[in-house]
Design a binder for this molecule. Sequence first.
Ligand SMILES: Cc1cc2nc3c(=O)[nH]c(=O)nc-3n(C[C@H](O)[C@H](O)[C@H](O)COP(=O)(O)OP(=O)(O)OC[C@H]3O[C@@H](n4cnc5c(N)ncnc54)[C@H](O)[C@@H]3O)c2cc1C
Length: 514
Amino acid sequence: MQTQVLIIGAGATGTGIFRDLALRGVECMLIEQRDVNAGASGGNHGLLHSGARYVATDPHSANECKVEGDIIKEFAPHCVENTGGLFVAVKGDDDEYIKQFPINCKNAGVPCREVSPEEALELEPNLNPDVIAAYEVEDASIDPFKLSLENVADAETHGGVYKRYMKLLGFNKEGGKITGARVVNTRTGEESVIEAEQYVNATGAWASHVAEMAGANIRMTFAKGSLLVTLSRLNHRVINRLRPPGDGDILVPGGTVSVLGTTSVRVEDLDNVAPSIEEINRNIDQGAQMVPALDTCRYVRAYAGVRPLVQLGEASSDRAASRGFALIGHEDEQLDNFITITGGKLTTYRLMAERCADLVCKRLKVDAPCLTRGSVLSDYVQTEWAEPSILTKREWMRRHNSDDYLLCECEIVPKSAVDAILDSFGPDEKPRIQAVGLRSRVGKGSCQGAFCGARIAAHMYDRGLFEGSEGVDSMRDFLSKRWKGQRPILWDAQFNQAELKEALYFGLLNLEMD
Ligand SMILES: Cc1cc2nc3c(=O)[nH]c(=O)nc-3n(C[C@H](O)[C@H](O)[C@H](O)COP(=O)(O)OP(=O)(O)OC[C@H]3O[C@@H](n4cnc5c(N)ncnc54)[C@H](O)[C@@H]3O)c2cc1C
């Protein structure tokens, strides 16, 4: 296989670079070891930062967030819920930090407006009545899956080639040049070489590992963050704690749920990351100080993501380390056709992609400007089902043909939606249930796959997409991933739900799970 530019890693950054280069008319291929947003891009808060969170620790990043947040709201409005946000302090929070906040916002160019505690409570009735200070900011919530899937779809319509389940194993080199990327199709085990003029390492937390394969060295540490999803939405706006960043101090609403996070814990093993019970308890204890309902509400799931922290200087702690991004040309290591881009934030992914694509084009001597700033991201049909349904089940049944029954009842995902997702896969790519879950709300509701897992497996058997035990293996894989997120929140109703799932799959179907 050959291409002009090979991009490795299909998170927000890699898919952003893919779209940027494709819009500039550069021939490019994107490879991903699993599927879109398999790393931090699928394990974050979904907060489109106004920048206010960073005004005290990193004013430069704060301003970058403000500028990029505004750009994303313009070009991808359908991926954003423009909720607005509040920063709130409760009794006992640091007075000095509260006093400095508006000054820091002003210095960083991040708008904020003081609101009285009474007004804050009117805007967000679930807030702690002991609020002592509040500021309104321009935070929003963003759907990272929709964003990345649409970046890919748009790049493909401009000639880009996306290969999922394609893992980089190493590089072939001659002198100071990479001559090929050795890859394996993780589904078939088939190995091949992709030759390109430029190779872009957009593998997030895995970037130092991939750089090592190229003979380069990047010093990185890794901080895991764990988050929880509530069954129903508790807040209209993003609610942040007005204090130095800590555990459980952000509550982001998105569609029908709220997401509470996050912790920050050093990790070494990037491929086995899961939220721990201790982290979940810490998030709830701290979060409930802002929004007391977090102590008693029902949670459906927890998940975790890993932040790569590039060691460019000394920072006093992981939270104080810059959330800026690193673009490394590797010229000092005599690698003039290899580029690494890592760190940063979802909010700044477009800027990261622009800077990286500029460097690629400079090296290729391509004179084509970046077009992503102004060009609206199309609302592709393939990503329609990533959004929560606005209909109730009864309303759905009333409005739709009875043949189009619901395969996921919690989140109202019908057969037609699952078929549209399955049809978007090429004849040589065998989709699994996990791929349907990634592109839709399947498995995200209160049953966490208990009913939809088996229904979708059966539907895929009916369509001839599974043979022998393939569907059972896929179901096990899908349910194991959901189980990872259920394990740390097993109490009350979600515990009963898990018991039922266990009885169905272990008891009736004799399915062993990890
Ligand atoms: C807990 C947490 C909360 C966060 N919350 C927010 C937030 O609310 N707002 C915000 O703006 N930012 C947030 N961030 C930061 C944001 O999620 C990341 O900056 C962003 O998602 C990074 O995207 P990426 O594409 O660079 O990396 P990733 O999303 O990690 O993508 C890297 C990809 O490379 C692939 N890959 C790795 N090795 C290989 C290989 N050998 N071959 C092929 N593919 C490979 C991986 O599978 C992965 O899909 C958060 C981060 C964390 C961890």
